[in-house]
Design a protein around this ligand. Structure first.
Ligand code: FES
Length: 61
């Protein structure tokens, strides 16, 4: 499943970028070697970042 259709960034690639330290959508683009175009995917990227942060928070509790 693609998170970013403009750049062909798949969800697993975005999740890998987040796991590698990307904390903002702009950093996901950089780590995937892409640049934002229409930016419709930014909300989905933020959701993935939030989910990752939440899972780390739960794991720490
Ligand atoms: S869908 Fe990601 S920049 Fe357009």
């Amino acid at each position: 499943m693609y998170v970013c259709n403009c750049n062909g960034i798949r969800e697993r690639e975005a999740r890998a970028a987040i796991a590698a330290g990307a904390g903002k959508p702009a950093q996901i683009f950089i780590r995937c070697g892409a640049k934002p175009q229409c930016a419709k995917c930014v909300c989905d990227m933020r959701r993935l970042i939030r989910e990752s942060e939440d899972s780390l928070r739960y794991a720490a509790e």
